[in-house]
Design a protein around this ligand. Structure first.
Ligand code: GLC
Ligand code: CA
Length: 560
């Protein structure tokens, strides 16, 4: 099969279906809602749609807990709706990629219900069971969603392993039957005509045998136990087999979710001959938080650390491999609140962040609402939060004597629900997301920040994204040029160049709310300078010593 690289020239739009558009007034986004908004995505210029899971699920983790891989979640519609969606996407010349969640299933999947029913069940070994040690869980690994990864199950008196919620038991990849069933399921969807997979938590499939205790130190965003299940001993075998049995037979886009991956690992996972995916979501820039205390700890984000991480990945994947470009998704807070300024400079900083990212080399991913500059939300009570990670963390922290106010502060900053409030379509009730009661509260700023308003405003964040995406199609240097950081030590201004043949692209981004100077001595060597895009009107005149306005971004095409 001849493989093409269409995914290198694509821009992906990520949909979190529950929060995108409700078509029937039950307060929950659905497939018909998505269908009704395909024009909008096309208008933006994205050509691939990634759907977060739409499979049958009891929604403990909003669809990332799947109870039937071959059926559609009732709230989202039917298989016929899904087929219509696929057809409509394809008719527009766009592509559709689906989430592949095979580290775990729901505890309501028939495999697990069988598995937990008896030690002799033929499905027992589909999951990871352990008798425990002296009446205690087998080890000290902590779940990503708080508490032990081991859940005691009365019926058979053993523990099962769940890296995520107790309702997400991990599949036992050691069992060849599990792997076969997963591959069959992948064929099922590919044969329906999908164009690829986003592979959920794909590097955690193999657990270290014997389940050794993790050291007690906690440093950085990842728990120490991850060394025993991220890139576990048999991961490469499983992925090689998945490639042999499934992926090598088709021309698909595959993108892996790989927390903690290094560029070296990325090169091996994406190697054209031996790798199993086209590209992956690295986490270094998203966790560019050198403080301790993990995800919910103090905010010590700094632009230089972010620039170091971005640059490292741009440079190390320059000649081999391929980067994803993303600042947001359904697991992360809104980027304008996190890395920009969601007050006075919301529009400017949303555009600046987009410029900084979209002029890099890789495949850009736009998460629903990002193209409007949607912001974080701050619900007053924990009851208003829906995210299982947030709720579990809060409960565990309160039990451990934590303080409500400081926990809420951390939640306002980091909860995944920041990115999961309903999409803002217009200024009508509930932002036009639903005529009913939304499943999660809507951000009260929807009358000001919404799609309808931005579609009609040439200076909107939406129109700016649209131009960035169009520029990528127009200028090969944006797709293929070599990246080089310019003022490596500047504390506020992130500048880089992209070079291809005779063309040089100069990207300058002020990450601060103050005017900042930019000085680049090499500039005089270029005879022609053309401003391609900028977030201030009129754009700044390029000079070798210039002052950038707060959150100003500008991109120039230079020719000698
Ligand atoms: C991934 C998903 C996240 C989910 C988790 C468990 O990290 O992006 O939303 O909760 O896997 O499936
Ligand atoms: Ca609905």
């Amino acid at each position: 099969m001849k493989k093409t690289n269409w995914w290198k020239e694509s821009v992906v739009y990520q949909i979190y279906p529950r929060s995108f558009k409700d078509s029937n007034g039950d307060g929950i986004g659905d497939l018909q809602g998505i269908i009704s908004k395909l024009d909008y995505i096309q208008e933006l210029g994205a050509d691939v749609v990634w759907l977060s899971p739409v499979y049958k699920s009891p929604n403990d983790d909003n669809g990332y807990d799947i109870s039937d891989y071959r059926d559609i979640m009732d709230e989202f519609g039917t298989m016929a709706d899904w087929e219509q969606l696929l057809q409509d996407v394809h008719e527009r010349g766009m592509k559709l990629i689906m989430d592949l969640v095979v580290n775990h299933t729901s505890d309501e999947h028939s495999w697990f219900m069988e598995s937990r029913s008896s030690k002799d069940s033929e499905y027992r070994d589909y999951y990871i069971w352990h008798p425990g040690t002296d009446g205690r869980p087998p080890n000290n690994w902590e779940s990503v969603f708080s508490g032990s990864v081991w859940q005691y199950d009365e019926k058979t008196g053993e523990y099962y392993l769940h890296l995520y919620s107790t309702k997400q038991p991990d599949l036992n990849w050691e069992n060849p039957k599990v792997r076969e069933d997963v591959y069959d399921m992948m064929h099922f969807w590919i044969q329906k005509g999908i164009d690829g997979f986003r592979m959920d938590t794909i590097t955690t499939l193999s657990k270290t045998p014997g389940f050794p205790d993790a050291p007690q130190v906690k440093e950085g965003p990842f728990q120490p136990a991850t060394q025993y299940y991220i890139n576990g001993p048999r991961l490469q075998d499983y992925l090689a087999e998945m490639k042999r049995e499934v992926l090598s037979k088709y021309d698909l886009m595959t993108v892996g979710e790989t927390p903690g991956a290094t560029p070296e690992e990325a090169l091996s996972l994406t190697d054209e001959e031996t790798g199993v995916m086209n590209m992956l979501f690295q986490w270094e820039h998203i966790e560019a938080d050198p403080g301790t205390g993990g995800k919910w700890g103090e905010d010590t984000w700094s632009m230089p650390e972010f620039r170091r991480a971005m640059t490292k990945w741009q440079v190390e994947l320059e000649s081999r491999g391929w980067n994803t470009l993303y600042l947001s998704n359904h697991d992360q807070p809104r980027q304008v609140s996190r890395f920009g300024n969601d007050g006075e400079y919301r529009g400017e900083s949303a555009k600046m962040l987009a410029t900084c990212l979209h002029m890099m080399k890789g495949t850009p991913f736009v998460y629903q609402g990002e193209e409007l500059g949607m912001t974080n939300v701050a619900f007053e009570t924990i009851e208003e939060y829906r995210c299982v990670e947030t709720r579990n963390m809060y409960r565990a922290a309160i039990e451990a004597g934590g303080d409500h106010d400081s926990l809420m502060k951390a939640i306002h900053r980091k909860s995944r629900d920041n990115g999961r409030t309903p999409m803002h379509w217009n200024a009508e009730a509930n932002g036009g997301f639903t005529t009913g009661t939304p499943w999660i509260g809507i951000n009260p700023n929807y009358p000001k920040i919404n799609a309808e308003r931005q579609l009609g405003d040439p200076n909107s964040v939406f129109q700016y994204y649209k131009r960035l995406i169009a520029l990528r199609r127009e200028y090969p240097v944006i797709k293929w040029g070599t990246y080089q950081v310019i003022l490596e030590d500047d504390p506020y201004v992130y500048s880089y160049s992209r070079v291809m043949d005779e063309q040089t692209l100069l990207v300058i981004c002020n990450f601060s709310d103050q005017p900042r100077s930019f000085r680049w001595d090499t500039l005089h060597t270029y005879a022609r300078k053309q401003l391609l895009i900028g977030n201030y009107n009129p754009g700044v005149e390029l000079e070798s010593d210039m002052t950038l306005r707060p959150y100003e971004a500008a991109v120039y095409l230079l020719q000698s």
